[in-house]
Design a protein around this ligand. Structure first.
Ligand SMILES: C[S@@+](CC[C@H](N)C(=O)[O-])C[C@H]1O[C@@H](n2cnc3c(N)ncnc32)[C@H](O)[C@@H]1O
Length: 315
């Protein structure tokens, strides 16, 4: 359970809302067209749904599967498997999803370090692997006889060498600690009302993103919810407006919500019906609050800079 306090903003879905939102959940038990699934949250097991999806329609696949850890997803238990069984399971997932991808598609896969060891050879066998991003989560569980586990990986893969990547859309805005001047003028930084800042290109170490916490409007009770800011980086770097994003392990709906905020098309699949309702509720809330915390004025702001960020402008 995540940390709680009195000013709790965590999204809560009451039973009557679950009943109402359930009617908007999509069910796929026969082959469907793109029009059938655009903007939809599909309730189901990827192992049953994938074969009914259209072929070659996905520009960006965001894969955040259960890592090889025992975890309770709202009553659906994922049990840690022996290494070979997890490899086999993940391999099946990849093979089920490959037919949905365009030849220009990008595939991002989230994992922890232990799971990365198992999936890396499978990704290399099927895709062009360009990078492994390390996300410093900031929070991690301490251990007496081990280093605190504080990072996650995001593998950046593409189907071919023909792919879209827009590095300018994911620049990082950082406060300048030692403002260097040449002839009295700032060297590669700007003087602004609220301080001195530098815009930098993002590396494969991401230290600017916190996991959603109790005071953030995006927070839900999902045990492994990804931050909107993290998904926004993937989507902005690797898709154009109107592109199609598929998330087959949608969870609380982060990919769907961010895709809509950034004017991309999406479809999500999630085995747990209540999570599907949380995703739908987040999508409803979106209409009145299209903000991505930490992304404003078209740049990503470093951690703990909320008071310096403009409040309402995404681009
Ligand atoms: C790591 S979580 C994804 C979290 C998500 N990215 C978010 O931001 O909320 C994995 C999700 O996959 C779902 N899941 C597990 N097995 C599944 C399956 N076979 N088909 C579809 N969804 C599944 C779980 O219920 C869980 O919500």
């Amino acid at each position: 359970m995540k940390q709680r306090a009195s000013r709790n903003q965590t999204l809560v879905c009451k039973q009557e809302e679950i009943d109402r939102l359930s009617t908007d959940i999509c069910c796929v038990d026969n082959p469907v067209s793109i029009e059938d699934i655009i903007g939809k949250v599909i309730a189901g097991d990827i192992f049953n749904v994938a074969e009914n999806l259209p072929k070659g329609f996905v520009d960006c696949l965001i894969l955040d599967p259960p890592y090889n850890l025992s975890k309770n997803y709202n009553g659906n238990f994922f049990k840690e498997k022996d290494k070979n069984s997890y490899r086999k399971w993940f391999h099946q997932v990849i093979e089920l999803l490959i037919p949905t991808l365009k030849s220009t598609a990008t595939v991002y896969v989230c994992s922890d370090w232990k799971t990365s060891v198992l999936i890396a050879p499978i990704l290399e066998a099927h895709f062009h692997v360009h990078n492994r991003i390390t996300w410093e989560r900031e929070k991690g569980r301490g251990a007496k006889s081990n280093w605190k586990n504080n990072t996650e990986d995001i593998w950046f893969c593409t189907v071919s060498d023909d792919y879209y990547f827009d590095v300018d859309s994911v620049k990082l805005k950082r406060r300048v600690i030692a403002p260097y001047r040449v002839n009295g003028k700032p060297k590669d930084w700007n003087e602004e009302e609220k301080g001195n800042y530098r815009l930098t290109y993002p590396s494969n170490i991401w230290t600017d993103i916190s996991i959603p916490f109790w005071s953030m409007p995006e927070n839900t009770d999902h045990p492994t919810q990804k931050p909107e800011k993290l998904i926004a980086k993937l989507i902005l770097a690797s898709t154009k407006k109107g592109d199609f994003i598929l998330d087959p392990f949608l969870g609380s709906g982060t990919t769907a919500v961010v895709a809509r905020k950034l004017d991309r098309n999406f479809c999500g699949i999630e085995i747990n019906k209540e999570y599907c309702c949380w995703a739908l509720k987040r999508l409803e809330t979106n209409a009145s609050d299209p903000i991505i915390q930490g992304y404003a004025d078209g740049v990503f702001w470093e951690r703990n800079s909320l008071t310096e960020q403009p409040t309402r402008k995404l681009h």
